[in-house]
Design a protein around this ligand. Sequence first.
Ligand code: HEC
Ligand code: HEC
Length: 456
Amino acid sequence: MLWWRVFAGCACAGLACMAPHGWAGSTPSDPGAAERGRLALLQHSYLKAEWKIDAYRNAGKLWGNSAPDPEKDPEGYARAFALHYGLHPAPYPNEGLPMGLRWSQQPDGTKTGIQLDCMACHGGSIGGKSYVGLANTQVDYDLLFGDLFRAEGRRVPLLPFTINTARGTTNAGMMAVFLLSMRNPDLSRRRFPMLLGANLPELDAPPWWNLKHKKTMYYDGRTPAASVRANMQFLLGEKTREQFQALEPTFRDIQAYLMSLQPPEYPLAIVAARAERGKAVFEQTCVRCHGTYGARRSYPSKIVPLDVIGTDPARSLGLSDRAVEHYNATWFGEGHPVDTERVGYQAPPLDGIWASAPYLHNGSVPTLHALLKSSTRPSRFSRPPSTDFEHYDTRQVGWKFHELTDEEIAAMKSSTHQAHFLYDTSRFGLGNHGHTFGDKLSEDQRMDLIEYLKTL
Ligand code: HEC
Ligand code: HEC
């Protein structure tokens, strides 16, 4: 079974839609590239369908409560489906499906099945508005993936790693490494995986709108941000080397689209005097790593060593030398190899930071206030039931939380659906320590600083 196809993106009914508009290729100065990339990302599929149409319709029968009838009330069913698995309404035409799911179609429009795409992890919403590129901090990828198989009466494939224990985090790194382990350096297929020794944890996805500022990307900052091929790794379940080459111009356009995305502006009131004072605090304590904003913009693309940043080391340490060597020996590493030196984590640009809670690479800290006062971070909290403003804390900036009691946790664990709302910082890769740079501020300075962060 070609189960690895489901890891991503963009299903395609064969070669017919490989080059949807006769891509001519693009350069950063090519003004049409971002628009072509938008269409290529949001309107096309690049992988074959993993599941039949019925998998989508039948999933509701697995929920144990009465789901709306998918035939009689398709819109109600779609809404319930999205809420159940943590997907968000698509802000682009998606034929009744939420972001992250996509029908696979024949050239004549006949639906052949269903597939997941990039927006399952990179399409989010806040305050009732959806954004392509805002990370999906709600998705239960493990549950969605498993239920689509179950709904078809198929066995859920056994994976050699955990996709996620918490909602909104995914083990995209292990998916990519595993797919690459099934290929030789010339990208021919292997019968047995190469032993690459990587041990990566589940993570929150970074927002796409920051990509344009970065020299290097991914949380450890070891991959050149200019790499188009890095974004094609999820197609490794299916494509041949020749097909990868043919698709590269399309993915160059997709990258141009990702680089054209802008962060959403804070939609509520900001106290200007506070923000002004907060800017001064930011300049004193944060600029050296996170750069400056506004008219005189600078971003140092700084990768901070683990012993300085002190955040959960699993993601940084888990990328093995062997995995990097193998990646660099393939077509993916040509021209844009992954840095062989392991340092720590890249300090990200903070644009649109109000919208991208929870914080840190693993999403272990629910608010900016808790990030800037480490003693108040909860060790076990619940990911919010939705991203509506009723769950959003405008003072602390981020998702409302409380430290969960043992009883609350026991109740959550008794339901498969609720269990993944639990975020337990004692799990592998989910530690909430480190980044203590706000601890010494007075509460007044901290609140000023948070007000300033809303303006970015
Ligand atoms: C299963 C969830 C998932 C899917 C599907 C997915 N991504 Fe990601 N993506 C992530 C995670 C998690 C990271 C952070 C990885 C890391 O740094 O280890 C990431 C990182 C990235 C980055 C780096 C951003 C930065 O600023 O460092 C880009 C670019 C990206 N993804 C593009 C894509 C594209 C394009 C697709 C579809 C072909 C895609 N992703 C599909 C989860 C996903
Ligand atoms: C020594 C460098 C350094 C300093 C100083 C620093 N940071 Fe950071 N910051 C980082 C790094 C590195 C990360 C990513 C850590 C991780 O994800 O594990 C980060 C992450 C963050 C995040 C989370 C980003 C996200 O998308 O989840 C915020 C918010 C943040 N910093 C704000 C601040 C503020 C405000 C200050 C000043 C009080 C500050 N930082 C000072 C290096 C620094």
